[in-house]
Design a protein around this ligand. Structure first.
Ligand SMILES: C[S@@+](CC[C@H](N)C(=O)[O-])C[C@H]1O[C@@H](n2cnc3c(N)ncnc32)[C@H](O)[C@@H]1O
Length: 317
């Protein structure tokens, strides 16, 4: 398997460019919070010969692949099995209080999507797992077997924006009362049967439900809510944070955290901006940047990407 062919890192040149001013110095540390198969990591270690990279992933299979890919750099990388909201612990264990850069390339990797046994893909029949970290936590089958109708409706709506959420949730509960739903194929059949004929051609009926289950199983949004502030706190002056999101719920969290860090926090009613309330970060991207048309044609994974980046301009008061 040539991993360089199955996974092309998204917006690679833009990520290198955005982080370059922070990394172009001896001893700079870059945290790749979503190491995946190490595509971005390899490019950063190659381009910036003096950096040390801390690579985090919650998926042990991804870490194994990245470790092999990065053997030429093993003196300059530390790979850690963790959820990225554990950034404070990971840094403390490496005796670091602040670092020069963070890279987040959110979501699932091609590895997770392509390995049918992981259960992420609705197009392949497999056990309903969907855990990025297969060493712990509940599976999608557990969610489908145990959540009541209201809880299922809630996650399908919130994380999948699924208009047929009540219909799908009721169909699942009815089906599981007859026999346990254990495979992605069984779930797809239930969703397909529950889809009104008039909507059968409006995209794959399982797409949004599968996205919602994945977000729920991996507690993706809560982890991101905690991780972005943790990364900002640990970014040194001149350091930069780059985040690539692939769905609007993630991007909304990143946008809000970056807005809070880049806004003047002088309380309303105080007539002049207080120096102590001046922003600690500045935005490096105008709104969310998209992949170029050329990249979208070359790499379909880049189509939904939203890139946001900030730089720390001063220490917190
Ligand atoms: C899109 S892939 C990253 C690909 C990588 N940039 C590359 O070039 O190979 C996202 C990776 O982040 C990991 N991941 C997602 N959420 C995570 C979290 N909360 N904590 C740690 N790792 C996470 C996934 O397991 C997956 O391997």
């Amino acid at each position: 398997m040539d991993i360089r062919k199955i996974h092309i890192p998204v917006a690679l040149e833009r990520c290198l460019e955005l982080l370059s001013p922070a990394l172009d110095k001896a001893g700079a540390v870059l945290v790749d919070a979503t190491l995946g198969m190490g595509g971005h990591a390899e490019a950063f270690l190659t381009r910036f010969e003096n950096i040390h990279l801390i690579g985090i992933d919650r998926d042990t299979q991804a870490l194994q692949i990245a470790r092999e890919r990065l053997t030429a750099f093993d003196q300059r990388c530390t790979l850690v099995h963790a959820v990225f909201d554990e950034i404070p612990r990971v840094l403390a264990e490496n005796r670091l209080t602040s670092v020069a850069g963070f890279l987040f390339d959110l979501g699932v990797s091609s590895l997770q999507l392509d390995r049918s046994e992981r259960g992420f893909a609705y197009s392949q029949d497999a056990p309903l797992d969907m855990r990025m970290d297969q060493t712990s936590g509940v599976t999608a089958a557990d969610v489908i077997a145990t959540y009541d109708v209201d809880a299922l409706i809630s996650i399908f709506r919130r994380y999948g924006d699924e208009k047929l959420a009540p219909r799908y949730a009721r169909a699942i509960v009815a089906a599981r009362s007859r026999a346990p739903i254990e495979s992605s194929g069984e779930l797809v059949d239930i969703l397909q049967d529950a889809t009104p004929a008039a909507l059968k051609n409006a995209g794959h009926p399982a797409k949004r439900v599968f996205q919602a289950l994945r977000v729920e199983v991996n507690d993706e949004l809560s982890a991101l809510h905690r991780a972005i502030p943790a990364a900002l706190t640990a970014t040194e002056v001149g350091g930069r944070v780059v985040v690539m999101s692939y769905q609007s719920l993630e991007d909304r969290i990143v946008k809000a955290e970056f807005a809070a860090a880049t806004n003047d926090a002088t309380p309303i009613g105080i007539p002049v901006p207080l120096a102590s309330s001046a922003p600690t970060f500045r935005l490096l991207t105008r709104g969310a940047e998209l992949a170029s048309d050329e990249e979208k044609t070359r790499n379909s994974r880049s189509m939904p990407v939203r890139i946001r980046a900030v730089e720390r301009v001063r220490d917190a008061a």
